[in-house]
Design a protein around this ligand. Structure first.
Ligand SMILES: C[S@@+](CC[C@H](N)C(=O)[O-])C[C@H]1O[C@@H](n2cnc3c(N)ncnc32)[C@H](O)[C@@H]1O
Length: 279
């Protein structure tokens, strides 16, 4: 594993991995429209061999395997043992699915193995993304296709910014990581990311906007609890102790009331669907 990614590996293998599992049902329901959009962008992949990068608990790996069918396959790679344990559980009895524990930046994939590279929010945490993309390119056959779903700028994502504004009143949030640093928004700058892809041997790179309203069933307070656990202030609020987290949740819940529709809080989100072809 790349030593440079040590912090992210630790984060996803411990706190964040366990939190993700606790919230798995909610996350998976909320993320299904992204999977559907990603699969639509791939088109017909019957018989293809797919790699799902940062596969987490395998929601997308299983969807890829279904679309690839018995003559195709889907492999997931992730650094998080707890998430991979869940992935193996969910894939039990499926012959065309497997997983590897490893850092996709420098994992020793067999050369020219995959026809399809896919990732739903699992590609944004490399310290050296150009190196990761070159490693992944080597694992692909010439002409292989890539589809990644990544977030656009924070200002276009009220589902992140509304909770961040509420959390800021209670804890001092860390500054946004510099462009290129591992973060949820690492791929927000399409020009920068196109340069990474082209430098790593990918051509016909396209960044198409994907705007999806995120639906969080339940009360504003339930949505506030969920959003504050997912956001950048989560660890700080938990560490702060006392009733700080509760007060932040109550404040955010009030901000969410205007976004309540038919028993669900609905907030806009903004992504890129990135696509490219292996040169
Ligand atoms: C935001 S989660 C997305 C999980 C999954 N793709 C989904 O949509 O449910 C990011 C995932 O990337 C994984 N990850 C982070 N750094 C990685 C790396 N260097 N190599 C492989 N996976 C990594 C994390 O463990 C985590 O499962």
């Amino acid at each position: 594993m790349a030593e440079a990614n040590r912090d992210q590996i630790e984060f996803w293998s411990t706190t964040q991995g366990h939190k993700w599992l606790r919230l798995e049902d909610r996350i998976e329901r909320m993320m299904t429209p992204f999977t559907e959009a990603g699969l639509a962008a791939l088109g017909d992949i019957a018989g293809r061999h797919c790699l799902d990068i940062g596969c987490g608990a395998a929601g997308t790996t299983l969807a890829l395997a279904d679309a690839a069918g018995e003559s195709g396959s889907a492999a997931g790679i992730d650094v998080s043992p707890p998430l991979l344990e869940r992935a193996w559980q969910r894939a039990k009895g499926r012959r065309n699915v497997c997983f590897a524990e490893g850092d996709a930046q420098d994992y020793a994939f067999r050369d020219e193995t995959f026809d399809i590279l896919f990732s739903r929010f699992g590609i944004m945490f490399f310290r050296d993304t150009p190196a990761a993309l070159a490693n992944l390119r080597r694992a692909c056959r010439p002409g292989a296709r890539l589809v990644f779903i990544v977030w656009r700028e924070p200002r276009e994502n009220p589902w992140v910014m509304i909770p961040v504004s509420a959390a800021k009143a209670f804890v001092e949030l860390p500054p946004r990581p510099a462009p290129g640093e591992p973060s949820q928004f690492q791929w927000a700058d399409a020009e920068l990311a196109t340069g990474w892809l082209e430098g790593a041997g990918w051509r016909d790179c396209r960044f198409e906007p994907l705007d999806i309203a995120l639906e969080m069933p339940g009360t504003p307070l339930e949505a506030a609890r969920f959003l504050l656990q997912m956001g950048p202030g989560a660890a700080l609020l938990a560490e702060a102790g006392g009733d700080l987290a509760e007060r932040a949740e109550t404040a955010l819940a009030e901000d969410l009331v205007p976004h309540l529709r038919n028993g669900a809080v609905i907030l806009d989100s903004a992504c890129w669907i990135v696509s490219a072809t292996a040169a």
